[in-house]
Design a protein around this ligand. Structure first.
Ligand SMILES: Nc1ncnc2c1ncn2[C@@H]1O[C@H](COP(=O)(O)OP(=O)(O)OP(=O)(O)O)[C@@H](O)[C@H]1O
Length: 548
């Protein structure tokens, strides 16, 4: 139980310096606050200066301004601490999730995971800094007030009744501004959630095209916008805090000076009672704040457990990054078997022996549900065989070879997944190179994939935003972009899963020609049910369905 609390507090660890400053200001402002009733007592007991504009009176006003600034700074630093810690924490989890394997993504609720990454962390930000700081401060003030109440006899509790209309206008001002600012923060927050959803959803592409860095970069961009808007909102709050605190203390000092003036005229007495009431008020307010904190904290501990589990668990990780190379050659499957963990009693592929010759074109055929797509995922290292093995050339493929294997493969899915970005960005991600390929190279790949004509006719051409999962494009258009993406990767092995299923006859013929050109210098493996495409192949591998 203790660990769960410490784990959450530990996310502040990289920002210890900032936390120390914030805590120091918190202690300082709490001590100044506790000093105030004593000043009241001093004045009320008849120690007031002779003139209203005495150095001590004026000094007190300056003291109040200093206190207001210190309080605003304390508030600002705690908020910044929260924003920084949560921005970093969110990036850490995003990175961790991208490192998970295919089974993890197949079983996870991706949309919930993306939303929790955003919403739950936001809740933690609120409790770990602001609520916790209020709690600590309230504890200090409550204890301090209790001690002081024993030592003082205060009067003039009415000093606490500050100028209500000023607070009213200050609050209205904040309310009108906050509406727009909060909306901006929420919109940017939703954008980070959407980018994360997109990145997790395209996890296979991220692995095969090796654009984890670009995916992380997109998320960083969205986070930067969130960071800026949240900081603006924080500044607004800090400004409000300064106004609010200034008003409170200026009005209290006014009351004190007026009150002590009245004392000097013998119309008011009993200074100790004033301080006593002030301490009482402080203690009451602080106690009030403390009670709400614990409930909030526990709520956020529960809400963020899901994310901490992801961060801490080591199972379900994808292949480690490894520089182990592989030498191009035939792909040999030897007694290859695979069973999905969810259907442990029913192997999808059983003791399959097959050869894919290097530099040749192989059609993968078999009835629907026989396991062709599963076999392709095994070839790409997205699943590990349950039994048997895959060799490339003389090399038996192990976990350490997977990054090199994926580096050598370009993949076109049956239902291509595209990022919610422009067509150009989608294609440039695929190259997996920094800097990304120039527009001319992208256009060339699109021409080869017969995609250039339709892209040119879109309102913004290559810069057209294609919506969630490329929803603004037809199935055939998405397939052609996916094929252009494969051309851009310049991989030795091209794997296509029913790559023309959504295309008309004319486009199919054109793409068959493109595949014929491709197989001149690459190893091409494709799943197909179409006789014309089976005829194009040099070899055929038949995947037999397993009995139920
Ligand atoms: N992620 C998964 N988890 C559990 N079972 C799966 C998963 N993916 C596929 N299967 C099951 O594995 C079997 C083979 O599916 P697969 O998609 O590999 O077949 P296929 O030959 O490519 O079919 P089609 O020609 O219809 O695309 C099916 O019975 C399917 O239900």
């Amino acid at each position: 139980m203790k660990n769960r609390h410490m784990q959450r507090i530990a996310i502040l660890a990289p920002f210890t310096g900032l936390a120390i400053w914030a805590l120091t200001l918190m202690v300082l402002t709490a001590l100044i606050q506790l000093l105030f009733p004593q000043i009241v007592n001093y004045y009320v007991e008849g120690n007031q200066p002779d003139t209203l504009l005495s150095p001590l009176n004026i000094g007190l006003f300056f003291g109040a301004i200093t206190f207001a600034i210190l309080s605003a700074l304390r508030f600002y630093l705690f908020e910044q601490l929260g924003i920084k810690a949560i921005t970093r924490f969110r990036q850490q989890i995003h990175n961790r999730i991208l490192d998970k394997n295919t089974h993890f993504f197949e079983q996870a609720n991706i949309s919930e995971m993306s939303s929790r990454l955003t919403v739950d962390t936001q809740e933690l930000r609120q409790t770990i800094t602001i609520s916790a700081s209020l709690f600590l401060r309230a504890t200090l003030i409550t204890v301090g007030s209790a001690v002081m109440m024993f030592m003082t006899s205060p009067l003039l509790s009415s000093i606490l009744l500050v100028l209500v209309p000023a607070f009213f206008f200050a609050t209205r001002w904040l309310g009108s501004k906050l509406d727009t600012y909060s909306q901006r923060v929420q919109n940017n927050l939703a954008k980070t959630s959407q980018v994360a959803f997109d990145n997790f959803n395209c996890h296979i592409l991220t692995k095969i095209y090796n654009f984890k860095a670009q995916a992380n970069h997109r998320y960083e961009d969205a986070q930067q916008k969130y960071y800026t808007s949240a900081t603006d909102e924080n500044r607004l709050f800090a400004g409000f805090q300064a106004t609010f605190t200034g008003l409170v203390y200026a009005s209290m000092i006014t009351m004190l000076i007026v009150g002590s003036f009245l004392v000097s005229k013998n119309t008011l007495t009993v200074g100790e009672l004033t301080a006593f009431v002030l301490y009482l008020g402080m203690a009451y307010t602080s106690l009030n704040g403390m009670s709400g904190f614990w409930a909030e904290w526990m709520q956020s501990v529960g809400a963020t457990q899901y994310l901490f589990d992801i961060l801490n668990e080591d199972s379900n990780n994808d292949v480690i990054s490894s520089k182990e190379a592989i030498v191009a050659g035939d792909i040999q499957l030897s007694s290859l078997s695979f069973t999905y963990p969810q259907q442990a009693s029913k192997p999808v592929i059983k003791e399959l022996n097959a050869r894919f010759e290097y530099g040749k074109c192989t059609a993968l055929v078999g009835p629907s549900g026989a396991g062709k797509s599963t076999l392709i995922k095994l070839l790409m290292g997205l699943y590990e065989p349950t039994n048997g093995h895959i060799c490339i050339g003389e090399q038996r493929i192990e976990r350490k070879h997977i990054p090199a294997l994926r580096g050598a493969i370009a993949y076109v899915e049956q239902d291509p997944v595209l990022f919610n970005a422009s067509i150009l960005e989608n294609l440039q991600f695929a190259a997996g190179s920094t800097p990304p390929p120039p527009l001319e190279e992208v256009i060339d790949a699109c021409k080869r994939a017969n995609a250039h004509d339709f892209i040119s006719k879109l309102p913004n051409g290559y810069h057209t935003l294609i919506g969630d999962r490329g929803g603004q494009l037809s199935g055939g258009q998405k397939q052609r972009i996916a094929i252009a993406r494969a051309f851009l990767k310049k991989a030795n092995i091209v794997i296509l899963d029913e790559f023309t299923s959504a295309l008309d006859e004319e486009n199919q013929t054109l793409l068959n020609d493109a595949i014929a050109a491709l197989k001149k210098d690459k190893m091409v493996i494709y799943i197909t049910h179409k006789p014309t495409q089976i005829e194009l192949a040099d070899n055929i591998v038949y995947v037999e369905p397993q009995p139920c």
